[in-house]
Structures are given as C-alpha cells and as structure tokens.
Design a protein around this ligand. Sequence first.
Ligand code: NAP
Length: 234
Amino acid sequence: MQITGAVALVTGANRGLGRRFAAALVERGAAKVYAAARNPETIDLPGVVPLRLDVTDPASIKDAAAVAGDVTLLVNNAGSSTGASLLGGSLEDIRLEMDTHYFGTLAVTREFAPILERNGGGAVLNVLSVLSWFTAPQVAAYSAAKSAAWSLTNALRLELAPQKTQVTALHVGYMDTDMAKHVDGPKIDPAVVAGLALDGVEEGRFEVLADDISRNVRAGLAGELPGLYPALVS
Ligand SMILES: NC(=O)c1ccc[n+]([C@@H]2O[C@H](COP(=O)([O-])OP(=O)(O)OC[C@H]3O[C@@H](n4cnc5c(N)ncnc54)[C@H](OP(=O)(O)O)[C@@H]3O)[C@@H](O)[C@H]2O)c1
C-alpha cells in the first residue's frame, strides 16, 4: 500500500518509535495521522491528530475506533517492558506484558479490522522484536509476550487476507528509546527503523528485519538450540 494518501493510526505515538512513525507518516504524505496515546496531551508533533487510546482498555479502543473510522493503516506499536523474569518476576508484570503486546494488539486489531475492510483493505503493521525469537531471564516475560504477538501476527495475516488487509511484522533489536535506556552497546536509531518498516509496508512485505541481530537470530532458528543459547552446552 502507498503511504501517500493513507490514513494512519499509530498506538503509543507520544514517544519512542511510535513518535518516529507518526513523524515519518506525516513526512511521507499520509492524508491523516492519528497519534494515539494513553495521554494524548503529551503528543507534541505538528500535523497529527492526537487520540486517546490505551490498548489494554476496551472502552478506550472502542472510543478511538468511533472517531477514527477512516483508518487505512494501523500501526500496533505500543509496548511495555517490565524486565520481569518468569520465575522471579511478579505475575502482575508478566500479565501486563501479555495484556499489552498480545491482548492489546489483538483487541485493537479486532476493533479496526472492519474499518480497514470498509476502507478497501489497507494494512496492519505490528511492531515485534528480535525477542519474539530469542529469550533471556531478564526479558523473559517480554519475550513470551512478543512471541505470542508474532504468532498473532501470522494468524492475523491469514485471517485478514480475504478482506485484502496486508499484515507486516517488524522485528528489531535494541533501539535508542526510553525502553532500552538501561542498555549499553549498539542501538539502532528508531527513525531509521520507522523508515525501513514503512518501506516494507509500501513494498507489501510480510516481514521487515531491521538490523543484523534480527536477521541472524531468525536464521539461527533453523539450527540447533545451542547455536542461539551457547550456555546450554556446559
Ligand atoms: N526499544 C527497543 O529496544 C525495542 C526493541 C524491539 C522492539 N521494541 C518495541 O517497539 C515498540 C515501541 O517501543 P519504544 O522502544 O518506543 O518504547 P518506549 O519509548 O518505552 O515507548 C513505549 C510506548 O508505548 C506506549 N504504551 C505502553 N503501554 C501502553 C498502553 N497500554 N496503551 C497505549 N500505549 C501504551 C507508551 O505510552 P506512555 O508514554 O503512556 O507510557 C509509549 O508511547 C514496542 O512495541 C516495543 O516492544 C522496542
């Protein structure tokens, strides 16, 4: 699908990658960009339409859909990162990850699927991660939720095909945003990632692998597990 002339909605658009998505969409000539956020008063981008949307709150999703009935591109970007491990972390944090990344993405997409259909099909872009394919104790709850969101994305691609809604998955390693501010080491610029992902949407790609770590880990899934987890070999 073409970005020029599209009507886009980005969740979590007030900061981080979502803010870069909203800016890139405006720059590329989207007809309208709904910048959705839990607190829309924190949206500071010119040229967008601020919209209240908490992806874990069904009433807020319904209210947003009632306003944004012209959407043709849904960007499911909102995400949490609690740092919870699965055995040591609180169940509340583990549930929050699933509620945000899996049930949140599912609920927003279910609400907007009929809107996309009415508007000709359009596209959904789901922000996933290299951690959909790889885990570690300090990101285990997040990874499990991103794995679930990956499976969800694959299922949505099939379920939405008959209504001609294209579904693109974005996988990326660490980006330079608040979510990864505790991480030392290389982090990709979220503005670059937003650009690559929107290129992928325009090209009708099923997946966008934004960096080497995503490409390497995805390739590593075809090998034996110790290739990805050397600690398994003692
Ligand atoms: N940063 C990384 O290294 C990295 C790597 C791979 C994938 N990702 C993914 O990229 C996406 C964007 O993350 P980011 O790096 O930009 O993180 P970020 O800077 O922490 O921003 C997270 C965004 O999600 C919003 N959000 C959280 N829970 C929400 C909810 N229930 N409803 C609506 N919005 C909610 C936040 O809103 P508030 O301001 O209200 O909190 C914020 O706008 C996420 O899906 C994340 O998992 C990030």
